[in-house]
Design a binder for this molecule. Structure first.
Ligand code: GLC
Length: 455
């Protein structure tokens, strides 16, 4: 929200996929055992996963107020905010139930806030505030969750805030008050860097996550943070680890926040992070929940543009996930399981000039998946598809569909209009997915200036 300006840059440019390049890229050559993995090898599982769950769990759930920002922005005093430490019990923290729910939703990875800007870590850090030493929870809340995720075959992501507004050697404290100027006191700043890098090293050594989700890089530059060093340290520990963009230019993928992009972001890899209501953490007064239908459509939209969706949940202070969030995740799960083949391991679909909705393509480009919202008013239309459709069906349902091509004179290269009739009984209550098996990788027609004369 507050960093919209910095992040807007991610969304401004529009790069449409090259219109005919829907065949699979050449297989990634195996690298010798001692060579670092290629970007494509490292990013493969992430690109295939499409859907992840973000978890904002922290002391801010005790009063149900904004995570960290509530004291930074002066809505409550720092002392008032930190009173919440006393109420953070984690008495109903059941990491396996979290992991099982995440699996049920169809998400293939999860990202837990190991430390937010308030500096309260969810594991037993040597220095700084943490829930083991400073709250009645008195236990590590990262390790058991990491274990539970791994048991369920879900990739592990840990959120780590570079900013630590609580630490004595961190310059920033609140919007109105800072401790000191990092440039003017490099020795003190160096102490902070040593502290936070120690925590990061500890996280990597204890839990070895598959993904690091940094946040807060906007308060200092790459050099001051020693961002390159962070990246090198984490990749030395795990050469396959993935790092999000918020490490001052040393990340692997872009992280647009809250706003569904209208056109695909220019970066090859990206992930839209989004709250279920308007809050990252649990806030009992925030009833602005998106419906399962809206979220399914957002997921379809996002993957149709080649991105991932990281959908946030906010457990209560005791660790229970609010009922409404559980219900929504289950509803999403019904849909993701039914339509798995159109979601996981796919690539961005065809531009909306060709199909007026979201779509994806199988890795080899020869199956086109069309996402149909609600109840279509008539046959579904695809324009400019050069391929022959060998078979059309409803995903997760098996119904074979009738297709018809009109407006294709035998002497013209124009492929005509492809109509697909979907019987109402085959419709999904949320979003129906149609699969078109093509005679090869999808190829799209480009308008020529003089359609008649050129034929
Ligand atoms: C913003 C907020 C932070 C939240 C994050 C999630 O950076 O500052 O509170 O955790 O978004 O993307």
């Amino acid at each position: 929200m507050r960093q919209t300006l910095q992040r807007l840059g991610l969304l401004l440019a529009c790069a449409c996929a090259s219109l005919t390049a829907y065949a699979a890229p050449p297989p990634v050559a195996a690298t010798p055992a001692d060579a670092a993995p290629t970007e494509a090898q490292r990013m493969q599982w992430f690109a295939d996963a499409k859907f992840g769950i973000f978890i904002h769990y922290g002391i801010y759930a005790v009063d149900g107020i904004d995570e960290s920002w509530s004291f930074f922005d002066g809505y409550v005093s720092y002392d008032h905010y930190m009173q919440q430490l006393k109420g953070f019990t984690a008495a109903n923290y059941h990491p396996q139930a979290w992991a099982d729910l995440i699996r049920e939703s169809g998400a293939r990875y999860a990202v837990l806030t190991a430390k937010h800007h308030d500096g309260v870590a969810l594991w037993d850090t040597r220095q700084g505030l943490n829930v083991v030493k400073d709250t009645p929870a008195r236990r590590d809340l990262v390790g058991p969750f990491v274990q539970a995720l791994r048991k369920d075959g879900i990739k592990v992501g840990l959120y780590f805030s570079l900013i630590d507004w609580s630490y004595k050697d961190y310059p920033g404290f609140t919007r109105a008050e800072s401790r000191y100027d990092a440039m003017a006191d490099p020795a003190r700043w160096a102490r902070f860097v040593k502290y936070y890098q120690g925590q990061l090293r500890d996280l990597s050594q204890r839990y070895n996550p598959d993904l690091y989700w940094f946040d807060g890089d906007w308060e200092h530059g790459a050099e001051a943070w020693h961002a390159r060093q962070d990246r090198e340290m984490l990749l030395a520990r795990n050469p396959m680890a993935i790092i999000n963009s918020r490490l001052a230019g040393y990340g692997d993928y872009a992280t647009p926040e809250q706003g569904v992009p209208i056109t695909p972001p220019p970066q090859k890899y990206w992930e839209l992070c989004m709250t279920m209501n308007n809050s990252w953490g649990w806030q009992p007064n925030d009833h602005h929940f998106k419906s399962a239908n809206q979220l399914i459509r957002i997921l379809a939209d996002t993957i149709g543009m080649g991105g991932n969706l990281l959908l946030d949940i906010g457990p209560r202070a005791d660790g229970a996930i609010p009922g409404q969030e559980v219900d929504t995740l289950r509803e999403i799960g019904r849909w993701t399981h039914k339509n798995a083949e159109a979601i996981y391991g796919t690539q961005a679909g065809i531009p909306r000039d060709y199909y007026a909705g979201s779509s994806t393509l199988s890795k080899d480009g020869s199956t086109l998946y069309l996402f149909v919202d609600g109840r279509p008013g008539g046959p579904v239309l695809v324009k400019g598809l050069m391929n022959r459709v060998l078979h059309a069906r409803v995903v997760g349902n098996g119904t074979t569909l009738d297709t018809q091509v009109v407006g294709k004179p035998y002497w013209s290269k124009v492929p005509g209009l492809l109509y697909i009739t979907v019987p109402p009984a085959a419709l999904d209550p949320e979003v129906t997915v149609l699969a078109l098996t093509l005679d090869g990788p999808a190829q799209l027609f480009h308008d020529e200036v003089k359609p008649i004369e050129s034929n």
